[in-house]
Ligand binder design. Sequence first.
Ligand code: AVJ
Length: 321
Amino acid sequence: MEPSRTVAAADPAFRADVLAGLAAPIPAVPARWLYDRRGSELFEAITDLPEYYLTRTERALLERHSPDVAQIVGKDDAVVEFGSGSSAKTPILLRAVEPSAYVPIDISGDFLRDSVDALAGQFPHLPIHPVEADFMHPITLPSAVSALPKLGFFPGSTIGNMVARTAVDLLRAMKDTLGVGAWLLIGMDRIKDTDMLIRAYDDAAGVTAEFNLNLLRRINAELDGTIPVDAFRHRAIWNDRMSRIEMHLEATDDVAFTVSGTPFSFRAGETIHTENSHKYGLRDARLLLRAAGWGLCQEWTDEADSFALILAEAEAPRFAP
Ligand code: AVJ
């Protein structure tokens, strides 16, 4: 794959996060900065890796069970996707559910336009109402869909990027956006054999390593950084206590560099924490949803229980003992 880096104008939020994150007692950079254009291309390549079972398994679950979803939620809903449906997964659901409208929500107008174009070609009669917004906060949906029953869609185990507190905040915001009685179809990765998890995040071809190291290249390109990228290596670690895979960039030597003129130094072995990918057991997943007001409706997994597709319903508040 050809690197496609067009040096974007420095994003002040990126600079602020990097400068604060590198200076923190436990150095870390928010994972969302991994996904520039090149990072998004590398993530797409990850989804095709033999070790990265997540995408393949979730797609098979959707193919097998979208008709079951349609049976439960009925047809003619508004499907509201959190994140733009650039993936191959959205059409599988839309074909089964035959919605009256499709509402993709994304913070990036560019990603949103790309996915709308792709889906409009495949579903010429489906009304599409894109919303450019941050779905971490409750959103007022377009009035054209306000009277329709809602099916939220949040595939890809993206919820796994968030620590539990933030995940619950997000699930609650989704409930506020969709309303009581709405459905949510969400993909969550399961806790499993540690070696299998680590292989999925430290593949033999080194694509995930390149994805992680791309953050340093991006800092150098966009924030006038002097980081010696060769002096860092990709690490994928299973944090059992937190039930998550962590990606880190580990200094292999003592290094010193500047970012936007600010000096930083790392000793050999010190790391920059770049991403979390939380994994959920059967009851963990149910509890997370319940904590945000979503009642379990149905869950589907593959033979090996490696990934779960979960359908939940937004519960009305009620008196509890
Ligand atoms: C896009 C967040 C679901 O955590 O599995 C893949 C990102 N990072 N390999 C994941 C990712 C490294 C991915 N999510």
